[in-house]
Design a protein around this ligand. Structure first.
Ligand SMILES: [Zn+2]
Length: 440
């Protein structure tokens, strides 16, 4: 395996205290293993390097404290954007680099002075990574029907919500790629431009010189657009411009920093949007989280009937319209056996971490029981019923509760369907989704 070689070379570089070789091999190992971040950290008696894979930190190597200063100084000098002699305040830098396997990457790095010296954290943007097709992201059942229906509409707002690292940017690009045709002009305003996509007119926002999201939108109408994407709605001005664009016959994509699609209603009201404006412009609001997939190589059926999370899971379907539930199960291709295993017997798949033939550590997931990640999605479709409730002044909680009864798939429900299909575990679902109980 390509990966093992570079890890061995990294260990060797640490023994030789060869800082250049440490960086080259570290970046290569991290990118080849699909890591999103690298952490170089001093502890009390030694230092360590960890990488984040599928959302979880993993220790790669340890090294003695006397090597740490040269590692940090070397990076600061190479970046050309950090002062090597300044060790008391945080600093940041954006650097382009290449791995030993010839992959082009961008690093967003920052230092933080801690009690044991400075630590350095780097976020990796792998530019060689391609945007997966929208069909491959794991959007299933009624959620799938909702997304593809809304992508055909010529105007309105499609919003994505979720914290950093939730996969929303990838989904947004996949949607843009889906509507990307010669006949339409697509303009994006981004900060930063993370992926360059053929056929899109992508503009880099520069708030430092007055080119803000709101400013970009103002100029945008003069560029004869059909579809536009604004990286993030974080102020009233940007929201106003996005709504105005949607009302004048354009399709607008954007993101908001909220945890759920219902919370988004509260958020836009706080930015002074009136209910009639939301009703007139919103098409669909999606929320997403990336959770770990069960390792297919070592997964085994396990009983979870004693686990409190199993009770939560069953509870989340309590007020689900029976017909809608039947339809959902059918459209997701869940068979009778999978249904019975879960509902009647409390059986789900979990990764054992052990190789099924040898009984030793599973080589595919390195014993963790998980390999790769999968998105769980929530969609609030702005149906006439929801629009009427908003016009009647109903709260986001009331709107959500009605939508859930009608069969809206929220993050929890989508996660549970994926558990039933053996793709992930209840532990993963509830690591990201807080259990909510409807008051009845
Ligand atoms: Zn495994």
């Amino acid at each position: 395996m390509i990966d093992i070689d570079y890890k061995a070379k990294l260990d060797e570089a640490v023994l030789q205290s060869d800082v250049v070789k440490i960086f080259d091999n570290l970046l290569t190992v991290a990118v080849e293993r699909g890591a999103s971040d690298i952490h170089i950290e001093p502890l009390e008696n030694y230092c360590r390097i960890r990488i984040r894979i599928d959302g979880i930190l993993e220790e790669l190597v340890q090294y003695p404290k006397n090597l740490h200063e040269s590692i940090i100084s070397k990076f600061k000098i190479e970046s050309g954007q950090m002062r090597p002699d300044e060790k008391r305040v945080p600093q940041d830098a954006r650097v382009s680099s290449n791995t030993l396997t010839n992959k082009e990457i961008d690093l967003r790095a920052n230092t933080l002075p801690t009690v044991w010296w400075e630590c350095l954290v780097m976020r990796i943007v792998d530019k060689s990574k391609r945007i997966p097709p929208l069909e491959d992201l794991g959007i299933e059942g009624s959620n799938k029907e909702i997304v593809f229906r809304h992508l055909k509409y010529p105007n309105g707002i499609i919003l994505m919500t979720g914290p950093t690292g939730s996969g929303k940017t990838t989904t947004l690009y996949a949607c843009l790629d889906y509507v990307n045709k010669t006949e339409v002009n697509i303009i994006t305003y981004e900060d930063p431009v993370e992926n360059k996509v053929m056929g899109l007119n992508q503009a880099q926002i520069r708030s430092d010189i007055g080119f803000t999201f709101a400013n970009g939108l103002r100029w945008w109408l003069r560029q004869d657009p059909d579809i536009m994407m604004v990286g993030e709605i974080r102020d009233r001005e940007t929201l106003d411009m996005a709504m105005e664009s949607a009302m004048t016959g354009h399709l607008v994509f954007s993101t908001v920093h909220t945890n759920s699609s219902a919370e988004t209603i509260t958020r836009v009201y706080n930015l002074w949007a009136k209910p009639y404006m939301v009703v007139g412009t919103f098409n669909v609001v999606m929320a997403e989280r990336l959770i770990r997939r069960v390792c297919d190589h070592c997964k085994v059926k396990t009983s979870v009937s004693d686990n409190p999370k199993y009770i939560f899971a069953k509870e989340s379907f309590r007020n689900f319209d029976k017909e809608a539930l039947k339809k959902e199960i059918l459209s997701r291709g869940i068979n009778q056996q999978q249904r019975n295993d879960f509902i009647n017997n409390g059986l789900i798949y979990t990764g054992s971490g052990k190789d099924p033939t040898t009984g030793g550590k599973c080589a595919v997931c390195e014993g963790s029981g998980y390999k790769w990640r999968i998105g769980i999605f929530e969609m609030m479709d702005y149906t006439d019923e929801i629009k009427n409730m908003l016009l009647d002044g109903k709260s986001s909680f009331e709107v959500e509760s009605v939508a859930l009864k009608k069969g809206m798939i929220n993050l929890e429900r989508d996660g549970i369907f994926k558990v039933i299909k053996g793709k992930t575990t209840l532990d993963e679902v509830y690591r990201y989704v807080k259990a909510k109980f409807e008051k009845q």
